[in-house]
Ligand binder design. Sequence first.
Ligand SMILES: [Zn+2]
Ligand SMILES: [Zn+2]
Length: 312
Amino acid sequence: MVLEAAGSPLQATELERPTPEPGQVLLRVRACGICRTDLHIVDGELTRPKLPLVPGHQIVGEAEDGRRLGVPWLGWTCGECRFCTSGRENLCDRARFTGYDLDGGYAEWCVADERFCFPIPDGFGDLEAAPLLCAGLIGYRAFRLAGEGERLGLYGFGAAAHIVAQVARHEGRRIYAVTREGDEAAQAFARSLGAEWAGSGRPPEELDAALIFAPAGELVPAALAAVAKGGVVVCAGIHMSDIPSFPYELLWGERVLRSVANLTRRDGEDFLALAPRVPVRTEVDTFPLEQANEALAKLRRGDVRGALVLAP
Ligand SMILES: [Zn+2]
Ligand SMILES: [Zn+2]
């Protein structure tokens, strides 16, 4: 499924099977998760994709020797810049991203730099494993950067939050899920995964940290207002609407506001080792590959429980 131009539907296209270059592995795609970032690319909010582009960066593929490998968003880094050489390859100036700078997994076949692939843990089916590769990894990085506080707010209860909630409960954290007003399905889903409270507006207790997964800038001052002194607010998405101006008082008291960008291979190794121990159970809604446009439309409407996955 190919994006020819931002703002247009993906086109079902017959492409040559890609040929791996040295260091790359050829994978038969068994599942590819759909991420909100894909929607930002297709809708033109991320403005410099390679075109034409095969989107998709949560790929579970099978190598020719039978190994199951996961391909994440971070597809290549230079290994030389000051970020790469200081454990921050997620910030590499020359990084290439799967399904953005490189063709991704909305396809039957793909190639990937093997150094950036992860073995898929046993015990996860192909479809269930796919959302671990971005919703899981980025969610986990955001969760780690939020610190050790007990009371955790999750703003937007989609694919990432439904995984983070399970990891957070496993660590004994208390979860407060903030959804859009009236989204009772998402609130019930959050409670079923251990949220102590789920609703819209301000949680009934002060938070120690808040993770913002919804791409809505107005949630930033709302989350700052909900966290205690010394609390952390992490914006976990790659794109967000503008943040409205807010009084300094909301940041005062050593509150921290930060974003999370991309992932490191270390995040992937840590999270994929942890996921089977929780154990994380992803809830997936599967579409055939050729219905990628319908699946993206469903995500755009916000009408998804858990994660969307394409199956060739
Ligand atoms: Zn993603
Ligand atoms: Zn670099």
